[in-house]
Design a protein. Sequence first.
Lengths: 254, 254, 531, 531
Amino acid sequence: MKIKEIDLKKVKPYGDALDDGKIQFSFTLPVPYGDEAKECAKRYLELLGFENVMITHMDKMGLGFSFFIAYGVANKTIDFTSIVVPKATKEVWDKHTIVEKIEKDLGRKIVVVGACIESDAHTVGIDAILNMKGIAGHKGLESYHGIEVYNLGAQVPSEEVIAFAKKVNADVILISQIVTQKDVHIANMTKFIELLEAEKLRDKVLTVAGGPRITHELALELGFDAGFSVGTFPEDVATFILQSLLKKKNDKRI
Amino acid sequence: MKIKEIDLKKVKPYGDALDDGKIQFSFTLPVPYGDEAKECAKRYLELLGFENVMITHMDKMGLGFSFFIAYGVANKTIDFTSIVVPKATKEVWDKHTIVEKIEKDLGRKIVVVGACIESDAHTVGIDAILNMKGIAGHKGLESYHGIEVYNLGAQVPSEEVIAFAKKVNADVILISQIVTQKDVHIANMTKFIELLEAEKLRDKVLTVAGGPRITHELALELGFDAGFSVGTFPEDVATFILQSLLKKKNDKRI
Amino acid sequence: MKINSVKSKLDLDKKIIDESRDYAKEIVEDVQKFIDLRSTSSVERAVLRLFGVEWYSEEQQLPYVNIIVDKLINDNLISRGSTYYLVNGLLRTGLPLKEFCDNIVSGKISFKSIEPLDFEVVKKKAMDMALSSSEKIEQNVVKRNQMIKDYGEGQPPYLYLIVATGNIYEDVVQAQNAARSGADIIAVIRSTAQSLLDYVPHGATTEGFGGTYATQENFRIMRNALDEVSKEVGKYIRLVNYCSGLCMPEIAALGALERLDVMLNDSMYGILFRDINMQRTFVDQYFSRMINSFAEIVINTGEDNYLTTSDAFEKAHTVLASELINEQFALKAYMPQRLMGLGHAFEIDPDIENQFLYELAQAQMIKEIFPNSPLKYMPPTKFMTGNIFRGHVQDALFNAVSIMSGQTIHLLGMLTEAIHTPFMMDRHLSLENAKMVFKTMRNISDEIEFKKDGIISNRAKKVLNDAHNLLKEITKKGLMESISEGIFADIKRSLDGGKGFNGVFIKDDNYLNPFEKIFIEKLKMRNPQFS
Amino acid sequence: MKINSVKSKLDLDKKIIDESRDYAKEIVEDVQKFIDLRSTSSVERAVLRLFGVEWYSEEQQLPYVNIIVDKLINDNLISRGSTYYLVNGLLRTGLPLKEFCDNIVSGKISFKSIEPLDFEVVKKKAMDMALSSSEKIEQNVVKRNQMIKDYGEGQPPYLYLIVATGNIYEDVVQAQNAARSGADIIAVIRSTAQSLLDYVPHGATTEGFGGTYATQENFRIMRNALDEVSKEVGKYIRLVNYCSGLCMPEIAALGALERLDVMLNDSMYGILFRDINMQRTFVDQYFSRMINSFAEIVINTGEDNYLTTSDAFEKAHTVLASELINEQFALKAYMPQRLMGLGHAFEIDPDIENQFLYELAQAQMIKEIFPNSPLKYMPPTKFMTGNIFRGHVQDALFNAVSIMSGQTIHLLGMLTEAIHTPFMMDRHLSLENAKMVFKTMRNISDEIEFKKDGIISNRAKKVLNDAHNLLKEITKKGLMESISEGIFADIKRSLDGGKGFNGVFIKDDNYLNPFEKIFIEKLKMRNPQFS
Ligand code: B12
Ligand code: B12
Ligand SMILES: Cc1ncc(COP(=O)(O)O)c(C=O)c1O
Ligand SMILES: Cc1ncc(COP(=O)(O)O)c(C=O)c1O
């Protein structure tokens, strides 16, 4: 073939041809509309390191603000082969397998407590994981024989979640954080983990976080055992929980 | 007011608040779809200097390619007040004024030759400037009493344009370049100016370039006297021509 | 507010509509009996605010109205209402309003210590005072109408945009720019926490959470800013805030005093989505709506919210049923149809084949059932994703349905809905999208007819039938019982559960609320349908 | 290709349609008389290519067919056609085809030097040879049908995407990925300069200008790539190229041999937009279309181009008039309606109020007038801007009109139309847009009716009337004269002007083109309407 081979060690954006480096931008500058604004937008992208910058659209946005759409070329490359992303589970089991393994391998029921903590009232996500109904045809954990679910709902203070988890002797606490404005999710999640530590529960219960901007990595960083994002199905979470509990069980045995 | 004042000497993108630095991106990477691709996209933007990078969307694009939409924060600032953009004309006259000034101040008719040169066949733009019909209600130069227009049409070799201009003793040559793929417009425009110089016409005729990606600055750089882009009306061009010819006339007098 | 007229195309059975409306009426009359016997702490605070008690105690970090009403509660005086004791005090002490309140708040004077005057004497004075307060509100109505006359206004679907920076001054910048880009209506989204506060924060605020606090001063600042930009763009720009939560009636009072034009106000939203006590909400919404109506403020109901927790395709009929109930509640509060911005939304999963047809059926059906109400149409939110380009197309489809079905208040969809609260540029693009679709389809609703017994027409009939059945069922059980069974939004709430229950009280025989009387009287005169 | 059926909604006057068609027929019959007398150098080269002369002289940097036909022209032999001399030479020399051609090309043998055999003898052999060539083409037809049966195909509107990198191998990557993202049809845009080349470039090419050269080898490479991906995605992916320019008939031959599925082919586009001589174009299009028809290749006409230079609102009727003419030319070339992808476009200025309604009127009108033709619908291009978000909405509106009016071949609009030739991601987003709109509006065309004498219906009637008048006028003047007066696209072309005129010649009485005969015969059998 008479085209360059893709070198995954030196990856660049692909517009219309390999390594052309093309990226699309849109942004606002707080400068009045006009030729100077356009030039300013162009030079700004150049300042950020882009070449061949083209401001393809500029519009007046009220007084003193201008909106831009642009294309430019990025020249740096990145080594794709070196990227490793930690994942909560290697393999996802289906509901049937999970229920079977709970009974046979774990040999006891699992107690799960879930909530949208602190200021967050977006329950749809955690409901999708926990409630009978589930999401997109995937039934929630309530429907799993062998899992006992307590869904505490919206805007539950961390203190309450932890107290409740203690009361029911929970194996796992699931918390959901959807709102991320001003990084409020980081603050809330950190508070939760600190309280849990204060209660000396940190090593006793599994902690799982979820939400559209939660990555597994972020969750680990903040002290959780796992994090789940957009597109999570109940079985993803159940698999992680079961695998962790089975591992604990085996670790104890040894 | 309890908000920061905009400092035009230190301008940054404005998303939802002054100086939050937010920019939207979209681009493709030649890497297979998956968590690693997403992480790669994120790290790539970080590598380019952006902070708080959020990959909000990732999609599979065939085999071995992934598409991303992202937001990030740029932290550099630019001095808007220092930006000066050269312009072809300071003030634009209306048709009536132009026609009057040609008669009274210039005292002779102006001969204009125009063409889409070389490989370019996009005549709509130059027709808008030259032909009777004009654009958006602004009549073209053909309709100006005192201007004689020769529109040579599409894909005219530079040689032919120049020969024709000589023949009719043109005051101005207008050339249009719409296609910019692989910078073909730069090559074509450079060729044109070189031929003109070879013919020793460089200082005798005014040269004006136009097209959606032609800026006045670029045109000057390539040796033209002016450049016009999207949104040009015939009177913009006529004003520039007349102002230049009047200046020439005055310069001679002195 | 202008309301487009749209011709009937769905061939809906008038009998089923009428019956459904009758059921809703029956349902609401049942609740109204309950309401008529009660008042709440926030109603009483609203009354005080209407009298002009707008001060704040820095020391106690609470508004005067809260401190005063709390004292009445503690003194077991509340069942007569706040008016009696306020006016009685003013008459007895002869102090000006501010000074009298200062004394009550500081504890220098206690209500109990003031001897009660004859009820009729107090009532007379109270009516006089209330009348002069009402006139202020009436002047706002006059002023609004005058400005609309002078500047003109947009045309429906009115373009409605939110600002939500948390800082009222930053909101002003963004709101004015949105108006300059073409918005007709600006809503200042409230800080999340606010709806559950049992007091209205005070003064200009610059820190909010996912929104900006609703305060009287913030209302004023934004109203001025919009008046300014109205003049600049040559079009009256309407202002919206949230008349919801534990302080619903107070916000209604503030909105009336500060010339807001539209307020989110629902007879059940607080119950379902904020877990506010049912009794509290029903009582509060009654007085709130009366104030809204008196101030000629268009309300927006919140049925769109149902579709964020239940499925928009399966539960479409709950939206209609709820709208019919909201309508009846509003009528009970002497609000004419032209002020009822009943809410609905474009929330069906776009992955359902023919989703557009179902959305169109729903929107057109609602328009045909409520032809004289300025319907509030909400954009897709739940099925928006981080893919802003796809989102922009979803919004374009929503815009198309809106203009095709003659909606009135058109909330703009944001391409970044699933990502962040809107950037200034998001608003700009979203306005551009709607303006373009509306212009290019301007007369489409008049041009297009629907096939008899086609997908669109059958879907509308089905939804209407389902709503009819649901309302019939509710009639049997009663609304409160039905809500406790999770009939709306798949959410269950009990009669005594939720926040704010302790603010509800049974009115005394001598209970006095002069505003209620005045508003009812004047509303009857203004709207012949109520006399 | 499947063609959606759409019910009549516009209440168009059948009489006016029929009359317009009759005028078009009259106009074309006039030109056809002219065509029947002539052939061209490119027709003769096409004939040679059909016989299998596919080689290229590196030395002379020209294809064999060009060298051979040039020799016939220089030797003044061309008026009998290329077949006679080729076959005569083969019979006389007994050489295999390749060797004989080598000798002619190298000059070792000259046509003049070969003694002519009896016409009937040569003809007989020529017919045999041509028959075996035709069978190859027929096998392609069988193969295509089989693959469609095995893999299935998309559903109309078929999603049509272009690739244009200039490098056929890079095109393959992009084309396969486009198919994986949902494309039904892939067009390899040709390098700009190619249409004015009087020969077809040779071999696999990796450098093009705004597109990739159309060569037999490139056709093969892309056909294989698409066959491969057809299997992968479980859907037959169609391949398109340009049967236009000075080599129109040759490209038709190559397309037939390499199993292309769709070809841009217009009876007048070259005249108007490439300043190719009128006579040359008319003669070339006749034989080209016959080949296309024989290979069951759907053609796409180029009326959309008119709207890039004239105004789509004012000149809408010229599109219809031209389509009626293109239809008649195609019928003359024994092409059935089901292969006529008549072109039109969504090019009205979106700043015109109700633009969408006018576009819908036009698209629906064309569909009703050509219900059995797989219409090719082009996206907005002229009014696209550097604002990709706005552009994406314009494209969504275009997608909506397409599904509402039952178009068949749907060229995807690109949000970056005004910026660059499409990026891979542009295609992806554009596919996503169309798929979403089509799905969500799947049955809308069946659901929606138009108001009698409304904006839509009146607009369609007006355009039809204007086309009727225009055709009537052309009937009087003749097509050639009318074109010289600038009747289409505001462009004027004279009878003897333009490129390629010197390739036109009058046929001898003994002129021989066995393919024409075979094709006509078989086409008559295949399509009963012609027998
Ligand atoms: C529905 C909705 C609401 C509903 C919520 C109803 C309810 N009971 O949940 C209502 C109307 C009440 C609402 C209110 C508000 N909302 Co809201 N809302 C949304 C909306 C439209 C959809 C969210 C949703 O339901 N997604 C569907 C679910 C299934 O997806 P998901 O949450 O991502 O969940 C999946 C995964 O993330 C994961 N997951 C999630 N949680 C968990 C937990 C665990 C343990 C695990 C394992 C997995 C997991 O699994 C789920 C299934 O796959 C989004 C916009 C959008 N399209 O995303 C805005 C949005 C989230 N809301 C927003 C805001 C700002 C608000 C308000 C604060 C506005 C205001 N000022 O009043 C209020 C206040 C709410 C509060 N206190 O939190 C913003 C947040 C901005 C940000 N990034 O910070 C958004 C993005 C809208 C916007 N662009 O402004 N909202
Ligand atoms: C119409 C059109 C065509 C028509 C042209 C008809 C004609 N006779 O002009 C046809 C169909 C023939 C065509 C063909 C092609 N086109 Co074309 N075409 C366009 C289209 C849709 C609109 C251009 C237009 O008319 N704009 C309207 C005019 C009024 O605007 P304008 O040109 O910018 O002119 C204004 C100013 O720029 C200025 N101006 C312009 N010229 C001059 C000159 C002077 C002296 C002055 C003072 C001012 C001035 O004043 C004008 C009025 O304000 C654009 C896409 C788009 N929306 O921009 C693609 C586009 C320009 N075409 C493109 C391509 C690639 C082609 C082809 C090469 C494709 C192919 N492989 O076959 C061919 C070949 C043409 C060739 N040899 O050049 C690309 C160019 C990509 C790039 N940036 O390099 C575009 C951007 C489409 C795309 N996204 O792929 N095209
Ligand atoms: C009627 C009504 N009130 C209020 C709100 C939201 O604000 P909050 O609950 O924070 O008062 C909504 C939201 O959509 C609503 O529909
Ligand atoms: C019929 C036809 N042929 C060809 C082309 C373009 O290609 P070219 O003129 O380079 O052959 C078009 C363009 O739209 C067309 O419509």
